[in-house]
Design a binder for this molecule. Structure first.
Ligand code: GDP
Length: 458
């Protein structure tokens, strides 16, 4: 506390300009950044669709495309060539499924869009959460093929789970690609049949009608992706926007540049000069050269000597930036992965107990009181226990089903209290999204994802 009092100038930065605008100006771009996660049942055509979109937008070089074409011919799965644009590892190619969160980017009229590709296979839900956790908006890909939509949606497929999961992770805007409509000869009847079912479900899942747009398309043929339709059958009944325009129309969330500083440390290492380096993402606010920051949970003051952004020296880093900062005034051994560089006045909460709303999806034995888990919070991993089961909620509506349930099985949504073996820096999800999200793992398996709803003071 003595150290904190030394800081005379309050670090709360006045910011009268629109933070997004300022962010863009500093970045030398007039386009807003938008992070999109792609979700949907396995084989819905997610990879093909995004791959085709990138190719049609000229984001993939002819050389690369040619290479994929040759390779896909060789193994006799030519239709896979577009999917490969997004699938990077050899293993994925052999298995024909997208496993990890790959990244690709493209431009719309007003936006710079970063794709967080999500895998469709059930085993890969933990990876999907990583993607969805960073996403501003989601693209839900639906296989319109007769029988396939039914198995992905009605018969226990992943379409529902994914939609519920992204909603519970805070995504509220959705584009629904009613994909592979080429297989139904662009039938309006089929499109309506599908959208009708989805509409009532998505509403239940907590999406507002006005935040969801349905687009008939084909990732394979490229129909209605970046240009208005060509197909005569589709033209007869559809005059809405193409997928690219729907993405362009999404609202961009505000970047929290003017909020108090939060930078979570994901690495600590020796630099070349005096002091040492910490790297991490600035979640909130901004970090400038010369700033005095509070290292939490140890609560020691440090000074920022220099900042580097993409290997270039910079005077300042903003919310959303991944930076390396050289700091001094604190012992290197007192700073570790999982620490947060915080505004010294408006400090990040430090606690060993918090309440969270969790979605359970992968437990072998039901969760009961005292259940031991590993908490993953940003780059931090700590032992913890689920010490209270406070409420079981309705998965779709969030309404209370039962207070103090005795156990929690797969696919349940619940409010629990978690005790960590030592204090960590957490925020309520509604205050700082990135620091308000946890994953619960047991024996190398992710069993649940959660949002911090309250900090319990002990
Ligand atoms: P993902 O698992 O959702 O990424 O699906 P993929 O992109 O790997 O596609 C699954 C299968 O559907 C592949 O055999 C694709 O060639 C096929 N496919 C993808 N998009 C379309 C489409 O628009 N129309 C048709 N007819 N087939 C498609």
């Amino acid at each position: 506390t003595e150290q904190i009092e030394e800081v005379k100038t309050p670090k709360v930065k006045e910011n009268k300009v629109d933070p997004n605008k300022q962010y863009n100006q500093e970045r030398g771009s007039d386009k807003d950044h938008l992070y999109i996660v792609v979700i949907g049942h396995v084989d819905a055509g997610k990879s093909t669709l995004m791959g085709r979109l990138l190719c049609d937008l000229g984001e993939v070089s002819q050389k690369t495309l040619h290479k994929y074409e040759q390779e896909s011919k060789k193994i006799g799965k030519q239709s896979f060539m577009y999917a490969w644009v997004l699938d990077e590892t050899g293993e994925e190619r052999v298995r024909g499924i997208t496993m990890d969160v790959g990244r690709a980017q493209f431009e719309t009229k007003t936006k710079h869009v970063i794709i967080l590709d999500a895998p469709g296979h059930a085993d890969f839900i933990p990876n999907m959460i990583t993607g969805a956790g960073q996403a501003d908006v989601a693209l839900l890909v639906i296989d319109a093929t007769r029988g396939e939509f039914e198995s992905g949606f009605d018969l226990g497929g992943q379409t529902r789970e994914h939609a519920l999961l992204v909603r519970s992770l805070g995504v509220s805007q959705l584009a629904v690609a009613v994909n592979k409509l080429d297989t139904s000869n662009w039938s309006q009847e089929r499109f309506n049949e599908i959208t009708k079912k989805l509409k009532s479900f998505l509403k239940q899942a907590g999406f507002k009608d006005s935040d969801v747009t349905y687009v008939p398309c084909s990732g394979l043929t490229g129909e209605n992706l970046i240009k208005p339709p060509n197909e005569p059958e589709l033209l007869q009944w559809y005059n809405g926007p193409c997928l690219l325009d729907v993405i362009d129309n999404f609202n961009v969330p505000e970047r929290p540049v003017s909020k108090p500083l939060r930078m979570s440390v994901n690495d600590v290492f020796k630099g070349t000069g005096s002091g040492f380096c910490v790297s991490g993402r600035i979640e909130n606010g901004m970090l400038s050269k010369g700033d005095k920051v509070l290292i939490c949970p140890t609560k020691e003051m440090a000074e920022v000597r220099s900042i580097s952004l993409n290997d270039l020296s910079s005077n300042v880093g903003f919310a959303g930036d991944q930076v390396v900062a050289t700091i001094s005034g604190v012992e290197m051994q007192n700073v570790s992965v999982g620490c947060v560089l915080s505004d010294p006045i408006q400090q990040v909460p430090v606690t060993s107990r918090f309440e969270a709303r969790i979605v359970v999806f992968n437990v072998k034995v039901p969760i009961t009181k005292g259940f031991p888990v590993l908490i993953h919070h940003q780059s931090l991993v700590e032992s913890a226990n689920i010490v209270k089961l406070k409420a079981l909620l309705n998965k779709s509506t969030g309404e209370l089903i039962k207070k103090k349930p005795r156990c929690l099985g797969n696919n349940s949504v619940a409010v629990v209290e978690i005790e960590v073996c030592r204090p960590i820096c957490v925020e309520r999800y509604k205050d700082v999204k990135e620091l308000g999200r946890v994953m619960l793992r047991v024996a190398g398996v992710t069993i649940a994802a959660g949002l911090v709803t309250d900090i319990v003071t002990t």
